[in-house]
Ligand binder design. Structure first.
Ligand SMILES: [Zn+2]
Length: 58
């Protein structure tokens, strides 16, 4: 299971990994700003995507 937290403006992943992290921690680490498009990120508007990846290691 892979967790992704993405910018809801441009879709760039701000965090992806196997550990579920709180969006608040991820946003704080990113200084509340998307590194790709520069949009200011508000926690209340944030979106967490959980993606399950299987069958992709052949
Ligand atoms: Zn962005």
């Amino acid at each position: 299971m892979t967790y992704e937290i993405v910018c809801n403006s441009c879709g760039a992943p701000l965090y992806s990994g196997f550990d579920l992290r709180s969006p608040g921690d991820v946003l704080k680490a990113a200084d509340y700003r998307c590194r790709k498009c520069g949009v200011k990120l508000a926690l209340s508007r944030f979106q967490v995507e959980v993606r399950k990846i299987d069958g992709s290691f052949d």
